[in-house]
Design a protein around this ligand. Structure first.
Ligand code: AMP
Ligand code: GLY
Length: 425
């Protein structure tokens, strides 16, 4: 067993709250801090005000607290090089270097890595100038897929039948990647890696569009469930051997080893599995559902990944059953979200039954809990069946009083009804 772990989690969203909750259950974790954290993390960890993208500030705090593991949640500090700063200071860090984080930070870099490693993905054109856009759109035809090249908080992608909408998004977001449309159900697979060895988490599915029935604009994610009852046998092994391990090996070959969480977002298309995107961190809100099923001690696993000893960890252990996250967002999201709406109800300060609430964008004002972000809360339920988990999650949603909030009502509904045909690998 690892020595005692004093852990600092960097970030302030629902993913960081879920990470803090899972870390708090690891008996080796004797100290737990969040920077800056949120009102939810305050119930399980000590929050510290800090600019999460400022490497020097994070290092100073980590030293001050005497932590022996830093876990970086969001992409912005990773792309900004905060993990590099922590490692240079001699502190174990779970999270890739800035150069390795480019797998998420640049769509173009991700395509280069995939092409070099023979990883299946959508065909694409990289456009720097207006004049390249029309030809790229016409090369693929509708539905059009246009992606801003840099970080965009899940909102830089437009998928549309309307050529004019696609053209306008492309021309206002240059440089862009324009690519082939991928059909078929989407899967999020997370792998914890030390740069050489990789260990998968259970697969999940995320709901990107804001509205029921997958309508409206893309968001950071409106809900998720795990595992996938419709998944073909061997899905995780296929993704690990065709996608995750080749990507890790290619990044190591380029002398930018990836130590942290590699997130593969895939479409299981009629022509086989293909990568939609890589992210360099835990997905949000999939993490909230996935970690609620984890039995293995998360702190010890992340510490092994941060110290190059993941090979000793072996396969992760999971609870039976299913878990679901339903995100409550503030009116207006993913556009300008209404801030300051009051939130009351049970479980907001934590709970120990099969349902819990993670805070994503909340604040305390005048002693009251209010909305302070686009995605505000995640209601997480874990139960013996997906149907039961859905029922419990939506019952908990209905117990909340959050008049300026809304959620999708159909998270995991098609999976529960058995309406997703099992794709072939
Ligand atoms: P990304 O930010 O790359 O994950 O894209 C956000 C969402 O847009 C994905 O989860 C998909 O639902 C959709 N999307 C992205 N690329 C494609 C594609 N090539 N074909 C179909 N849908 C896509
Ligand atoms: N759930 C999508 C993301 O974290 O990017």
């Amino acid at each position: 067993m690892t020595a005692e772990l004093n852990v600092l989690v960097v970030g302030n969203g629902g993913r960081e709250h879920a990470l803090a909750l899972a870390l708090s259950k690891d008996p080796a974790v004797t100290g737990l801090h969040c920077a800056p954290g949120n009102p939810g993390t305050a119930a399980v960890a000590k929050n510290h005000a800090v600019d999460a993208t400022d490497g020097d500030a994070v290092v100073a705090l980590a030293r001050d607290l005497g932590v022996n593991l830093v876990v970086i949640g969001p992409e912005a500090p990773l792309v900004a090089g905060v993990a590099d700063a922590v490692r240079v200071a001699g502190i174990a860090c779970f999270g890739p270097s800035a150069r390795a984080a480019l797998i998420e930070g640049s769509k173009q870099f991700a395509k280069e890595v995939m092409n070099a490693a023979g990883i299946p993905t959508a065909e694409s054109h990289y456009c720097t100038f207006d004049i390249e856009v029309a030809a790229a759109l016409d090369a693929f035809g509708p539905p059009y897929v246009v992606k801003a090249d840099g970080l965009a908080g899940g909102k830089g992608v437009v998928v549309t039948e309307d050529r004019e909408v696609a053209r306008r998004h492309a021309e206002s977001s240059l440089p862009v990647v324009i690519e082939e449309f991928l059909d078929g159900p989407e899967v999020s697979l997370f792998a914890i890696t030390d740069g050489t060895t990789a260990v998968p988490l259970q697969p999940a599915q995320d709901f990107k569009r804001v509205g029921d029935g997958d309508t409206g604009p893309n968001t950071g994610g409106m809900g998720a469930y795990s595992p996938l009852p419709w998944a073909p046998d061997g899905l995780v092994d296929a993704i690990m051997s065709r996608v995750v391990q080749p990507a890790i090996d290619e990044l190591a070959r380029r002398d930018t080893p990836f130590a942290g969480l590699l997130y593969a977002g895939l479409a299981l298309t009629s022509r086989g599995l293909k990568v939609i995107e890589f992210n360099c961190r835990f997905g949000d809100p999939e993490t909230q559902a996935v970690l609620s099923l984890l039995e293995s001690p998360l702190g010890q696993v992340l510490y092994a990944a941060a110290t190059g000893t993941l090979v000793d960890v072996g396969e992760l252990e999971w609870k039976d059953g299913s878990a679901i996250t339903v995100v409550l967002a503030a009116e207006g999201y993913p556009g300008r979200a209404v801030s300051g709406g009051a939130i009351t109800g049970p479980r907001l300060a934590g709970s120990d039954d099969n349902v819990h609430i993670v805070h994503a964008g909340t604040d305390i004002r005048d002693g009251h809990l209010v909305a302070a972000g686009g995605r505000v809360l995640g209601v997480v339920a874990q139960a013996s069946t997906l149907a039961r988990a859905r029922e419990d999650a939506y019952a908990a949603v209905d117990e909340l009083d959050f008049p300026t909030g809304f959620c999708r009502r159909d998270i995991a509904l098609r999976a529960e009804r058995g309406e997703i045909p099992t794709p072939t690998l």
